[in-house]
Design a protein around this ligand. Sequence first.
Ligand code: AMP
Length: 428
Amino acid sequence: MSFEYLGLSDNVLAAVSEAGYTEPTPIQKKTIPSTLQGRDILGIAQTGTGKTASFTLPMIDILSQGRARARMPRSLILEPTRELAAQVEESFDKYGINSKLTCALLIGGTDFKGQVQKLDKGVDVLIATPGRLLDHMERGNVMLTGVELLVVDEADRMLDMGFIPDIERICKMLPKKIQSLFFSATMPPGVKKLTDSFLKDPKEFEVSAPTTTAVTIEQKLVKFRGDDSLKRKVLRHLLDENDIKNAIIFCNRKKEVKIVNKSLNVHKYSSAELHGDLHQDTRMEVLAKFKKGETQILVASDVAARGLDIPDVGHVFNFDVPNIPEDYIHRIGRTGRAGKEGKSFTLSTQYDKKYLDALLKFLKKDIPLLELPENIVKESPKKNQKVNKVKKNYQKDDVKINSEEKVSNKGKKVIVGMGDHVPDFLTR
Ligand code: AMP
């Protein structure tokens, strides 16, 4: 089935063909005709399914008639993260080349004044994260009484991030008669409650069960005993052994993101880090360089895992098994998108066991094992040798990192056995 049968205008169809799409994805086939008919939509779909275009394409047509008034946007799209919001704006730029719609992006960390100026001129599409939108609303910069269409994207992510009360506040400020489109990868009770109260007789669509991963992703589990230093060695081995065009490496904690990235740089890999501690502009810059292929490897935390539209990522590495099983789907979903082939490798040591058990239970199937050559993972150390071995590996492997850590710890009393959780008073 081609795009022509969905009811989109010639302008939008021309933009779609310019984007290189020949066939709508299942979510697009299912939702676009109903959205164009003015129905409320509840779409259960994860990222990578083409869901952004499933709402941006019909919105361009719906909003093609009419004019925006100052401070009164005609449509509102709520996104959980700044990156996702920025991506939706890019979608409007791409698919809206033949239309005159105006967009504004209200996200934290970027120019507040510039956002106000845009709002003053009047916008057709307002794309916002909930916190920043409420901030502008409280200052009287924006009124929602002119909104005709609302999109709440990644509703389950909004729930995880504690945004549901904010969304409820925002929805109460909207006119009663509007068209609403909700998208979520899963339907936890908190999201169900929200959709039950805001959607009117919605058309419900589900494109894939939340525990399924794209069939085009070849998944491997790499199990061995050892510490993080050995994990970094295994990671380098996998990077060298595979034909990597570009890759994302996910770590559970920001601290690990920084260490892994530094280690890769020391070993002369082209990599950059992406996590919540970075300033918004830096995050955008890092992402842009990765998209352009100027950086080959992105080391990221889960903040970056959901929804990032980085087309054509060849490989995903889980430096640790994610502590939330659903995140596995979101992480590896960065590859194998839109029918392309991709590979994922999940590193798991004795320290990941708890999370690996939970993940396999969630997936209801095993991940095929990848054997490593013996020279990469040596015999596991005996219990009382562990500390020395760990130290030795660490020194050998990541000389620079180790010395930097030593410098930063200079003057601090070393407390053994508490890991990173040493209370301040003990080190004084
Ligand atoms: P999304 O699920 O919105 O994050 O989209 C995932 C990726 O699929 C993006 O890179 C889109 O540009 C791409 N995409 C969206 N619709 C189509 C389509 N009909 N055919 C091929 N690729 C598409």
